[in-house]
Design a binder for this molecule. Structure first.
Ligand code: PGA
Length: 249
């Protein structure tokens, strides 16, 4: 995996045809060395299609969630071995929509994290505070609580990327200021230094350059603006310009 990592979270968007078209446009549109900085997280129904479409490239593919158990009576869920069967090596976990729309607790996210990592998946763990938590001065306490499960998993830290996504900045067009981003990323680094930290929340082609110029930021997790292949390519190019590429072991 190469930093900066530019990750597209497609959420509940795109069918297989649209997924193929997106991949083709990005593969044809960017220099091949840039592709090693890309991760795509399509919905479950497009995972196999995307894995096939990017098979000849270094583009990484992630599911948007994963259960902690290998199998069982968990209607609606998929497991790490099922993802491995599709050659999917990464999963997003703890996305704020999973936590706050679908009610996944810190405990549940912790179980998913431990299970997924122990079964060999690499994980982008999302953390971030809600607006009322920020306004109450609880941002660092919330992020620390969400990162607590990492303490028992130190031997697997090399398979983790973190994404700081303030809930109030996701899908709202309200991006955090560079000071707010730098502050939380520094806080995370102080405790979890070796783990890369992406920023997410209303990242777009107009603001990604200044966010990526922050030395504390190792990449971006992008929703809405990453659905369009042209905008996504522009954001990858802008990020690499801001950072230059660097390798993560
Ligand atoms: P957004 O979503 O870029 O649309 O704000 C980011 C995310 O949810 O990961």
């Amino acid at each position: 995996m190469k930093l900066p990592l530019i990750a597209a979270n497609w959420k509940m968007h795109k069918n297989r045809k649209e997924a193929r078209e997106f991949c083709r446009a990005v593969i044809e549109g960017l220099p091949s060395r840039d592709l090693q900085h890309i991760l795509l997280a399509p919905p479950f129904t497009c995972l196999e299609t995307v894995v096939e479409a990017v098979a000849a490239t270094p583009i990484l593919v992630a599911s948007q969630n994963c259960h902690g158990e290998t199998h069982g009576a968990f209607t609606g869920e998929v497991s790490a071995p099922m993802l491995a069967d599709l050659k999917v090596e990464w999963a997003l976990l703890g996305h704020s929509e999973r936590r706050h729309v679908f009610g996944e607790s810190d405990e549940l996210v912790a179980k998913r994290l431990e299970g997924a990592l122990k079964q060999g998946l690499k994980v982008i763990l999302c953390v971030g505070e809600r607006l009322e938590e920020r306004e109450a001065g609880q941002t660092e306490a919330v992020v620390a609580r969400q990162l607590q499960p990492l303490e028992n998993l130190r031997d697997l830290w090399q398979n983790i990327v973190l994404a700081y996504e303030p809930v109030w900045a996701i899908g709202t067009g309200r991006v955090a200021t560079t000071e707010q981003i730098a502050q939380v990323h520094r806080f995370i680094r102080a405790a979890h230094g070796p783990i890369p930290v992406l920023y997410g929340g209303s990242v777009n082609p107009g603001n990604i350059g200044e966010i990526m110029r922050l030395p504390e930021v190792d990449g971006a997790l992008i929703g809405g603006a990453a659905l369009d292949s042209g905008k996504f390519q522009a954001m990858v190019a802008e990020s690499l310009k801001a950072k230059g590429g660097s390798e993560h072991p």
